[in-house]
Structure formats: structure tokens, C-alpha cells
Design a protein around this ligand. Structure first.
Ligand SMILES: [Zn+2]
Length: 275
């Protein structure tokens, strides 16, 4: 059975987050451990951590931690990654199995392969120093100097990794569309699916972020909407979710703020497509 997950926001504490995921009957979830506006990590004491771990072991196998946007992995300048090390320490304590990363920007470097080098060296060092979890690199809506809008950057990256087994990819439909892959057009959607296959292979993709986008194709605007209320549209999203090459890949929704009832409706809709 294909797994369906949800991105959840920490509203009170991490235990409530796991309980919410259980109530919504998702197979797994993803969350941030930082406040979006400030880039500050949640403060957790040892009891919070212990309670969370107990419950997550009981209820979930795979959990995805989305690393904060404040970490730029593709920086070609001197860059301290204190926040990243702190986040990674928490990932281990909380027993997340996967970390999801946006590749970041190689601002100041005009040559794409050199920009990808900066990302590769960061990813190589995380893989080397952190043996526990899988690193999942997500495509983005922005163009170069951001890495990972153009899917061919992932091909370049794979060739530069010391140990590519531990590195997988996440394909976000809203990001792909807004970057310029027109998933709303069925023929172009099929071409996109084949393009991923030719660049990295779908076996390297371990997560789909199924989102609609308020921004138009090529707008580079990344504002998620409820499914069907954006520019990709319900038929195109359903078709993407049902693409044969993706059929065993877990799928996760990252909707805008909505009530639990609305979340349930979104989940039920996608379940009716993929389960
Ligand atoms: Zn995403």
C-alpha cells in the first residue's frame, strides 16, 4: 500500500504533533524544528524528547525532518553551519529517519557545475559525519544561482557524491511547476516524468511533495494552495499522483494553513487516487 503523509506545524509541542498525525491517520509526517520567521530552533528539554521518541517509535516508522531555510548548503563563500549541526543533533535524538533539504544558492558563482560542487561537498560531509539518516534533496522553484530548480543539477550532484546510496531526492510538484516544468499540460507532465528518469532515475526519488501552487508556471513563486485551487489543478495533480513510474513512492501533502477537517478532506481525496 502506498504511503501518504502530511507536513505538520508544531503548534504546542512535539507530542501533540505526533498525536495530531495519528488522529489524521497519516502513514508518516514531516515537520520543521525551527520557527519560520526567526530561524530559531524549538527549545526541547529531555522530557519532551523522551516523550516524543516513545510515541513515535510506537506509531511511525519513517519520519521526515525538513531542515530550515536558514541553512544554505550551496554557499560558495565561507559559511558557518552552526544551525545545521544543532538541527542534525536533534534529528538523531528525535529519531527522524530522513532529512529534507533545499539545496540553497551558489550566489556569486556563475558556473553551474562549480555551484553544484559547493552543494556536493556539504552533502558529502553530512553523509560522512552522520551515519543514521537518509538525506533527501528537494527540487525548488527558483532558478540558478539556486541549485535544484533545474533537475539536471541533481544529475551533476550525483556524479560528485562519494556515497550516493545515502542520498535521495524529493520532487515537489508546486516547485517543479513554478520553476518551469508545466505539469498542468499532460504531454509536458509525461515529459517531466521521463526527464526525471533520464537524469536521476525514479528509484532515487523517495518522496513526492504533492502540492498545488498559486504561482503560475515559470513564475518562480512558491505559494502552496489547497489541491485544485492553484494553477496546476486537480486533474493534473491526480494524473501526476497516478503516474506509473511513481507508483511506489510515498507521497506527502504540504497544504497552507487549514482546519483539521479540511486536512482530512485533502488526505481523503489523495487516498482515493492512490490507495
Ligand atoms: Zn516541498
Amino acid at each position: 500500500m502506498r504511503e501518504l503523509g502530511l507536513h505538520l506545524r508544531v503548534e504546542t509541542n512535539l507530542v501533540d504533533l505526533v498525536k495530531k498525525a495519528k488522529n489524521l491517520e497519516v502513514d508518516f509526517f514531516q515537520c520543521f524544528l525551527t520557527q519560520k520567521t526567526e530561524g530559531r530552533l524549538l527549545s526541547l528539554d529531555s522530557c519532551d524528547i523522551e516523550d516524543f521518541v516513545k510515541l513515535r517509535r510506537e506509531l511511525f516508522k519513517d519520519l521526515f525532518l525538513h531542515i530550515s531555510y536558514w541553512v544554505n548548503l550551496s554557499s560558495v563563500k565561507h559559511n558557518e553551519h552552526r544551525l545545521l549541526s544543532k538541527e542534525l543533533a536533534l534529528v538523531k535524538k528525535l529519531e527522524f529517519t530522513h532529512i529534507v533539504l533545499h539545496p540553497g544558492s551558489a550566489k556569486g558563482e556563475k558556473r553551474v557545475p562549480k555551484g553544484v560542487d559547493a552543494l556536493a561537498s556539504m552533502v558529502n560531509s553530512i553523509v560522512k559525519s552522520e551515519p543514521e539518516f537518509t538525506i533527501v534533496i528537494e527540487n525548488v522553484a527558483q532558478k540558478y544561482p539556486c541549485i535544484g530548480g533545474d533537475i539536471s543539477h541533481f544529475r551533476l550532484l550525483l556524479d560528485k557524491l562519494d556515497n550516493s546510496d545515502r542520498v535521495k531526492f524529493c520532487i515537489d510538484t508546486a516547485h517543479a511547476f513554478s520553476y518551469g516544468y508545466d505539469l498542468a499540460d499532460f504531454k509536458k507532465q509525461d515529459e517531466f516524468v521521463d526527464f526525471i528518469d533520464s537524469q536521476v532515475g525514479w528509484h532515487k526519488v523517495c518522496l513526492i511533495h504533492l502540492n498545488d501552487n498559486i504561482g503560475a508556471c515559470c513564475s518562480h513563486i512558491d505559494t502552496h494552495s489547497a489541491l485544485g485551487e492553484g494553477k496546476i489543478g486537480i486533474e493534473a495533480l491526480k494524473r501526476f499522483a497516478q503516474q506509473d513510474k511513481l507508483k511506489n513512492i510515498p507521497m506527502l501533502l504540504e497544504p497552507p494553513m487549514m482546519s483539521d477537517d479540511q486536512l482530512r478532506r485533502e488526505l481523503d481525496l489523495v487516498k482515493s487516487w492512490i490507495k
